[in-house]
Structure formats: structure tokens, C-alpha cells
Design a protein around this ligand. Structure first.
Ligand code: NI
Length: 136
């Protein structure tokens, strides 16, 4: 049976501030730029969730994308949308809420819950910047 990857794309927005308390204010401004703004700022995130597997001969699906959609909406969008990542999300009580750290948090929330094998996440922080995580 052929192995195919199917992808669901979702949207959420969230606020954050990139800051490392171990560094001086000047160093933080130099490294994190606008994302160091003390009073936070928002991003419109786009997330692509890819599940891989054989095509089910009964349905012709790798995974029912309605089911994938429901799980991603509940476990990721419901958890992050309209939140302040620094203040509202426990994983970022200490860790910097960069796109890199955020995509790993999302992976951990999805990995064991999807119908099929999670193989790739693509997280867009802006239309020009995105990160890719494949669980390694
Ligand atoms: Ni930012």
C-alpha cells in the first residue's frame, strides 16, 4: 500500500516577549529586536500538521482530516489562541517562547493523539519566517 503524507493547516494568534533574564537589557534588545518589546506583541501563526501512513483501502484515506482538524483545534488552537505565551502557557514560565521552542511544545501536545504518525510540523511566525520540526 502506498505511503502518503496528509497535512492540515490551522491558524492561531498569540502574544509573546523574547527575553533572557541572564542577559542585560541591551543584550536582549540587540539579540531579540522588536520581539523584546517589554509590553509584548502579537503574531499571526500558521501551523501545518502532517501525518503519514498507508492508504486505508476501505476509505481511501491515510487519516480522516476531519478527525485531525478536531484534535489540532482542541489540543493546539484551544491551548494557544489569544494567549500570552509568556504568562498563560506553563511551558514558557522559564523557556523563551521562540518559534523553535513553540513548535516542540506543539509536537508534544499532538504526537500521541493523532490518527496516524505525526511526521512534520511547519510553524509560520510571519509570512516570511517559519520553522520545521520532525520530532528529532
Ligand atoms: Ni515576536
Amino acid at each position: 500500500m502506498p505511503t502518503v503524507t496528509v497535512t492540515r493547516r490551522v491558524h492561531f494568534n498569540a502574544a509573546h516577549r523574547l527575553h533572557n533574564r541572564a542577559l542585560s537589557d541591551d543584550e536582549n534588545r540587540r539579540i531579540f529586536g522588536l520581539c523584546n518589546n517589554p509590553n509584548y506583541h502579537g503574531h499571526n501563526y500558521e501551523l501545518e500538521v502532517s501525518v503519514e501512513g498507508p492508504i486505508d483501502p476501505t476509505t481511501g484515506f491515510v487519516a480522516n482530516l476531519d478527525t485531525v482538524k478536531e484534535i489540532v483545534e482542541r489540543r493546539v488552537v484551544g491551548y494557544l489562541d489569544h494567549k500570552n505565551l509568556n504568562l498563560d502557557i506553563a511551558e514558557f514560565a522559564e523557556a523563551n517562547p521562540t518559534t523553535e521552542n513553540l513548535v516542540v511544545v506543539i509536537w508534544q501536545r499532538l504526537e500521541k493523539h493523532l490518527p496516524g504518525k505525526l511526521v512534520k510540523l511547519v510553524l509560520w511566525e510571519t509570512p516570511r519566517n517559519h520553522v520545521v520540526y520532525e520530532g528529532r
